[in-house]
Design a protein around this ligand. Structure first.
Ligand code: TXA
Ligand code: MG
Length: 360
């Protein structure tokens, strides 16, 4: 039976909350991408998440929490829920967590912290740390409050595939495998959260770029942020963050990256590109019709602009839906993509996804 796509009415929220409390899984909207949620403290629910996604159990999950209701400190709130072992963090590291949470929670930032006593090993793939995030989406917050337990939720796609940014994408990915999809509209951000490892001594490592940038983090903490790759050699685990796996977010059709913006290609270069018939070209900005007109008329080329105006936030919102559209378009056999100009903030986040999608 295909999943029911439910509007987030009060009665639908309690229906889904009831299912989650009973140990089932369901898809929920967040401001980044849709998540496949289950009770973070229920190993049976966690096992279903891995099974439904066909996700290998070495890839840990993110636990989602609602904001504290009173003026409680975030660290106190996380400890009270059994998610965080604060004694595993130095006073400086705890201060960083508090500052980051105050600045960016609820929002698109996941903090990897020493795990508390209630977190099952399955949620963390046996790691001593757990990924924690307070989402900003009102439907996610309402669901979390209604369920009353943290929800583990990876992106609601099959493993290695494109993350869903609309309820219909979840239905296309997991439709026959789950019962409920809460429809919260198109995701406001469109790329997954920034993942930041907070080390016991206060070291900060960016494990996955997202809408909260390294400089945002540096500003909130007054500390330097290290790149994830630096951790790879020194880490006790072979993978500092499984999200770093090279092939990820991949469309089914081959995707290649252009070395320069399409608008800078000479007519001869465009003609050479169009030799390969039935290509879809994803550009960061510009007018698709104008760009298309520079190719030979009989070329099998379709242009997709992530943002005509070159707005990075719009490009991030459109990224996964556009990759999906390329995958679904019969007139496209292979995909070419421009990377975003620059390597900071959302440009870094988008380019990271494009590089992973292009890896073969
Ligand atoms: O925006 C998001 O983060 C979305 C929404 C649904 O919240 N979720 C998401 O989950 O992207 P997922 O499972 O697709 O990515 C989670 C990634 C893991 O692949 C891993 O890279 C990192 O978060 N992660 C989680 N726990 C970790 C841990 N203990 N140590 C290192 N990395 C961890
Ligand atoms: Mg994912």
């Amino acid at each position: 039976m295909p999943a029911k796509i439910l509007l987030p009415t009060a009665s639908n929220l309690s229906l889904v909350a009831e299912a989650l409390r009973a140990g089932k899984v369901a898809a929920m909207p967040t401001e980044t991408v849709y998540g496949l949620a289950g009770n973070a403290f229920d190993p049976g629910a966690l096992a279903q998440i891995f099974a439904v996604k066909e996700r290998p159990t070495f890839d840990p999950l993110i636990c989602h929490v609602p904001p504290p209701t009173d003026n409680e400190a975030w660290t106190t709130h996380l400890v009270a829920q059994g998610l965080l072992a604060a004694e595993g963090l130095s006073p400086l590291a705890q201060q960083y967590v508090e500052r980051l949470a105050r600045a960016y929670w609820p929002g698109p930032l996941t903090l990897v912290l020493p795990k508390g006593p209630r977190v099952p090993d399955l949620a963390t793939s046996g790691l001593p740390t757990v990924g924690i995030r307070a989402p900003r989406h009102v439907v996610a917050q309402a669901l979390l409050r209604e369920v009353g337990v943290p929800l583990a939720a990876p992106s609601a796609n099959r493993f290695g595939r494109i993350s869903p940014t609309m309820a219909a994408h979840v239905a296309a990915e997991l439709g026959e495998r789950i019962e409920f999809i809460l429809d919260g509209g198109a995701c406001e951000i469109g790329v997954e959260s920034t993942v930041l490892l907070v080390e016991p001594d206060g070291g900060l490592r960016l494990l996955r770029p997202g809408a909260v940038s390294a400089s945002d983090i540096a500003m909130a903490t007054d500390a330097e942020v290290q790149a994830a790759s630096a951790a790879a050699g020194e880490s006790a685990t072979p993978l500092p963050s499984p999200g770093l796996l090279a092939s990820h977010y991949a469309p089914q059709k081959p995707l290649s990256l252009l070395s320069r913006p399409l608008s800078e290609h000479t007519p001869a270069e465009l003609a050479a590109l169009a030799q390969e018939q039935r290509i879809g070209v994803m550009v960061a900005s510009g007018d698709p019709e104008v760009l298309r007109a520079r190719f030979p008329e009989n070329a099998g080329v379709t242009i997709y602009a992530l943002s005509r105006a070159g707005d990075l936030a719009e490009a991030a919102r459109q990224l996964f839906a556009t990759l999906r559209a390329c995958d679904d378009a019969p007139e496209v056999a292979a995909i070419w993509a421009e990377t975003m100009p620059g390597e900071t903030g959302l440009a870094h986040a988008i380019n990271d996804r494009l590089r992973k999608a292009s890896h073969r």
